[in-house]
Design a protein around this ligand. Structure first.
Ligand code: PBG
Length: 333
């Protein structure tokens, strides 16, 4: 018998054979498109560090979501940029703000689209932290965990009442899934699902998002390391995931995605809940920047990144490339 006997290359010879044995397939319905809503009409203000994305007024949010729907994307997640910020982030639950009015308009225009609300206060606080600041016992300014919880619940209720199907807390306060679940149930919103950013790291990859959402810390602690997770930890990821499962989360998220593929796989291993991964702003910006320089092929590398995230165990992927990728997949089909 000719050596070698075992020849994996036999199944790689043609695209048809490769396709027969392909283990992971991307579909447009795997993607969740993040959008940034601002007040006004006809606003489309490009975000410099994230080419192809923009701050959008509600009319343009609806148009962007409609394009995504037509391309097969079934869900969007909305972030709000308010006109006014304060110490508590009270614009977060403003029923007349861009997020709540955005959800109402989206429900009317695209009744079947799954609408997700990011629940966090950092876009709404004047200091840029994810909850109100308070001096701790030693006089240091820190985000007040327990004072933040009812505010998050209030925001979640406002988004659900405006039409959000799913609320997604991204603040990393302890106990927030339970607080939000209780807040929703008390208002008769038992049907609203909670997608917890259960495993969210203190990551440098959020840099471009903070420009987009105008949410970088400006006062108090200079970063979010005292509430978001240390990038070095994976056992702690299991602990965070388990806590959120116990508190009643319907889905779990790992964020960022690319430097955390092992964490996605680990969370998937310990839960039967759907697992989402956030292909965050810095990951998107790196792809765009290298492609703009002609150093990589955006389409090929973009699909490879998304395939890798799905192969690691993500059932859903939040990605700024959602619309592009949905179109790339149709071209390939
Ligand atoms: C809000 C929030 C952030 C992101 C999603 N929700 C930023 C942060 O924690 O500073 C990041 C998303 C991205 O980088 O694409 N807390």
């Amino acid at each position: 018998m000719a050596f070698p006997v075992d020849r994996p290359r036999r199944l790689r010879r043609t695209e048809t054979l490769r396709s027969l044995v392909r283990e992971t397939r991307l579909e447009p319905s795997d993607f969740i498109l993040p959008l940034f809503a601002v007040t006004g009409r006809g606003v489309r203000k490009p975000i410099g560090s994230m080419p192809g994305t923009a701050q959008l007024s509600v009319d343009n949010v609806v148009e962007e979501a409609r394009s995504a729907w037509k391309a097969g994307v079934r869900s969007i997640i909305l972030f709000g940029i308010p006109d006014k910020k304060d110490a508590e982030g009270s614009a977060a639950w403003d029923a007349n703000g861009p997020v709540c009015t955005g959800f109402k308009a989206l429900k009317d225009a695209l009744p079947d689209m799954a609408l997700i609300a990011d629940v966090c206060l950092c876009e709404y606080t004047d200091h840029g932290h994810c909850g109100p600041l308070e001096r701790d016992a030693r006089g240091h300014l820190a985000v007040a965990n327990d004072r933040t919880l009812p505010l998050l619940a209030k925001a979640a209720v406002a988004y659900a009442q405006a039409g959000a199907d799913i609320v997604a807390p991204s603040d990393m306060m302890d106990g927030r899934v339970a607080a939000i679940r209780r807040g929703l149930d008390e208002k008769g919103l038992q049907e609203t699902a909670v997608l917890s950013y259960a495993v969210k790291y203190a990551s440098g990859f959020y840099g471009p998002f903070r420009e987009a959402a105008e949410s970088a810390p400006r006062e108090g602690p200079k970063d979010r390391k005292a509430y978001q997770m240390d990038p070095a930890n994976v056992r702690e990821a299991r602990r965070e995931a388990r806590l959120d499962i116990e508190e009643g989360a319907d889905m779990l998220m790992v964020k960022p995605a690319l430097a955390y593929l092992d964490v996605i796989a680990e969370v998937k291993r310990i839960t039967d809940l759907p697992v989402a991964a956030y292909n965050v702003s810095g990951e998107y910006s790196m792809l765009k920047a290298a492609a703009a320089k002609g150093w990589i092929d955006e389409r090929r590398v973009g699909l490879e990144i998304l395939t890798g995230i799905k192969r690691a165990g993500a059932d859903l992927i939040l990605t700024y490339s959602a619309l592009d990728a949905a179109r790339w997949l149709q071209d390939l089909a």
